[in-house]
Design a protein around this ligand. Structure first.
Ligand code: PLP
Length: 381
């Protein structure tokens, strides 16, 4: 049996979710734009599901846009702001700890549309330094501030409340977009309380099917749609909506909310167990994720064995971990987030990411640590 420690890349779909989706696909499969009874019922179903989705995220139903995933949500938010007929400063502020879904979109905006993009550097805790962010905000007028909330490599959490406060003081009209993909099920999320304007999510990270995402957009924020067509979703994202999928998204989010405390306590215990097992085995390791990172994401450095070698050894034993983030780990270049931590002797290349979830057990952790020990005894340099 495979032991899976890469839940930040994607998560399993629980059996009850599969059953729910299957039933919905059979019973709730009409085109919500149709004018006959079955279509009207499908439209009502979407309305109910969107209300539930909104309420789990602390948003209003009118603020929810259903997408194919966070990459589409992020593209819609960033390009949507740039293409909208708002006053333009042709400048965007972001950070150097972002996922490629953001950085590649920003590169496009820079290259094709002549924007200047400023990247606030990360400090040694893997979050943006408020003083530096303040300097950027004082120095320039921006069209958008876009930041990751929970870093996918380190699990570090950007201080969003403080950042919003700073924005309110210095640039009250500047919209903020959050890449909140790794926030869901790890920290509580409340759109209205946060006071941000846009937020992106992918449901497969929390046990929903791939191809389901959300963009939240506050009512007073104007974006231009990326996808034009039949005018669905208030003209902001055309294309026939999938009532069964949207109902399943609501189901998954409500389940996440219900089980939040229990699952988080379990993962906290697992992380403690992992550390105590590493200590007991007298393994030379260093936790790279900061102390206050979410417990689900643990980046660990084993200074005597390259991460890629360790990943391959563990993989042979059917233990799955990642290096860097899954989306960039096929590329051989160094991970940008780890690189910024300035670890001694290029130790960033010795870091693996273990991402934990409710389905992991202490026995699996024991198995992992046992195999890391065997690998180190055999191959450590
Ligand atoms: N942002 C973060 C922080 C992520 O971890 C991911 C996925 O790994 C994405 C964005 C992109 O999500 P998706 O690939 O589901 O579109």
């Amino acid at each position: 049996m495979t032991v899976y420690f890469d839940h930040a890349a994607t998560n399993f779909i629980d059996q009850d979710v599969i059953d729910f989706l299957a039933k919905e696909l059979v019973n709730n499969n009409y085109n919500p734009a149709a004018r006959y009874t079955s279509g009207i019922e499908a439209a009502f179903s979407i309305e109910r599901s969107v209300s539930k989705i909104a309420s789990t995220l602390g948003a209003k139903a009118e603020e929810v846009i259903i997408t194919s995933g966070a990459t589409e949500s992020i593209n819609t938010a960033l390009k949507g702001i740039v293409f909208a007929p708002n006053p333009k400063h042709k400048r965007i502020l972001s950070s150097s700890g972002e996922h490629p879904a953001t950085t590649e979109t920003l590169k496009f905006i820079e290259k094709q549309l002549g924007y200047t993009i400023d990247y606030c550097p990360l400090n040694n805790q893997g979050v943006v330094e408020l003083n530096q962010l303040e300097e950027f905000l004082i120095a320039h007028d921006y069209d958008l501030l876009t930041l990751i909330q929970v870093n996918n490599v380190l699990g570090s959490v950007n201080p969003v409340e403080k950042i919003v406060k700073l924005r309110n003081q210095l640039r009250p009209n500047l919209p903020i977009h959050l890449d909140a993909v790794q926030s869901l099920a790890k920290i509580p999320f409340d759109f209205e309380n946060l006071g941000i304007q846009l937020a992106s999510f992918s449901l497969h990270k929390i046990g929903g099917p791939k191809g389901s995402g959300i963009l939240l957009k506050s009512e007073d924020t104007r974006i231009e749609p990326l996808i034009h067509g039949g005018g669905q979703q208030n003209n902001l994202r055309s294309g026939t909506e999938n009532p069964a999928f949207v109902a399943t998204m609501a189901y998954v989010l409500e389940k996440m909310q219900r089980d939040f405390s229990r699952n988080n306590s379990h993962v906290v215990e697992l992380k403690q167990h992992l550390i105590s097992q590493l200590e007991q085995a007298r393994i030379n390791y260093q936790i790279i994720s900061p102390q206050d990172a979410v417990p689900q994401i643990v980046s660990i450095c084993f200074p005597e064995l390259r991460a890629e070698t360790l990943l391959n050894i563990l993989n042979k034993e059917q233990i799955e971990v990642s290096i860097g983030s899954a989306c960039s780990s096929k590329k051989s270049e160094r991970n940008q987030v780890l690189k910024q931590l300035n670890l001694l002797n290029n130790l960033d290349q010795y870091v693996i990411r273990i991402s934990l979830d409710k389905n992991n057990t202490k026995t699996e952790i024991n198995n992992l640590v046992k195999n890391v020990k065997i690998a180190l005894d055999k191959y450590a340099v």
